[in-house]
Design a protein around this ligand. Structure first.
Ligand SMILES: [Zn+2]
Length: 271
């Protein structure tokens, strides 16, 4: 779908999550959180973040349990990374994520096969803030400017919202990134003519696996004025309301998916 930016936050839930949610709410931006099982297991505050994320209409997705490199794991180890994370996410939020992002973007053929067998959608990115690289920069504004480099070159200077769309990668671990970069990214992306969407809306594949209990607030936010649509499976309703007709939705989805798949494969080839 052209004209959209999926804003994604990796490696949480972390200590600044409440602050991040407040900024996104103030700006009325929906994002996608690729969370780690081990971060959820760390303490009650971080486990509690999952429900808050969903209540604000954001999407939850998996970033594995340990943040290890999947390409160095056996099939059984990869399956355990995903199932343990899915279980802990279900325990604390009622959902089982369909979207996953491999740490370091590292998911070769064996990994892609495991993820496909588990019914998961492997998610890459095409704009990186590289915010983690600037965490030791003393001045948060300098760190923010450096983190804006790819957004400025790829989205602000060289794109057309009539035909382009982007998936932006950021992390929620660094204080400057939450406090300064988030606002800056949102303002730049909106000014460039894009609107923010979740990964579900960007790719067109439902966010959660069957058996998930999706909060009504999320459905209401995504579905918009869908109250006149007869009862249907939540995911069907969501998708049906996103575009005027299903065939164009499917076509757009498959085109985007082809592009994203090639991004994944190109990236893997580069490793
Ligand atoms: Zn990560």
């Amino acid at each position: 779908m052209p004209g959209v930016v999926a804003y994604t936050f990796d490696d949480g839930p972390a200590e600044h999550n409440d602050q991040l949610l407040a900024i996104l709410k103030k700006k009325n931006v929906k994002a996608t959180f690729f969370v780690l099982g081990r971060m959820i297991a760390l303490n009650d505050q971080q486990a509690g973040a999952l429900k808050k994320i969903l209540a604000d209409g954001h999407q939850l997705a998996s970033h594995t349990y340990s943040h290890g490199d999947l390409s160095n794991m056996t099939e059984a180890e990869m399956q355990k990374e995903m199932s343990t994370t899915s279980d802990i996410m279900f325990t604390h939020s009622g959902i089982r994520p369909r979207y996953m992002r491999a740490p370091y973007g590292s998911c070769g053929e064996p990994c892609l096969k495991v993820m496909a067998d588990l019914g998961l959608t492997v998610s890459h990115w095409n704009v990186d803030t590289n915010d983690w690289q600037y965490k030791d920069e003393a001045n948060p504004l300098v760190a923010t400017n450096k983190s804006m480099a790819e957004i400025n070159s790829k989205i602000v200077a060289n794109s057309d919202p009539k035909q382009d769309s982007f998936i932006v990668l950021q992390h929620e671990l660094e204080k400057f990134s939450v406090e300064h970069l988030t606002d800056t990214v949102i303002d730049a992306v909106l000014k460039a003519g894009y609107r923010f969407v979740t990964m579900e809306e960007c790719i067109g594949v439902p966010a959660y696996l069957p058996g998930s209990i999706v909060p009504t607030t999320t459905a209401a936010t995504s579905a918009g004025s869908a109250t006149n649509i007869p009862t249907a499976a939540t995911t069907t309703t969501l998708r049906a309301t996103q575009t005027p007709n299903q065939s164009s939705a499917v076509a757009t989805t498959s085109r985007l998916w082809t592009v994203l798949s090639s991004v994944v494969f190109v990236f893997v080839a580069l490793l």
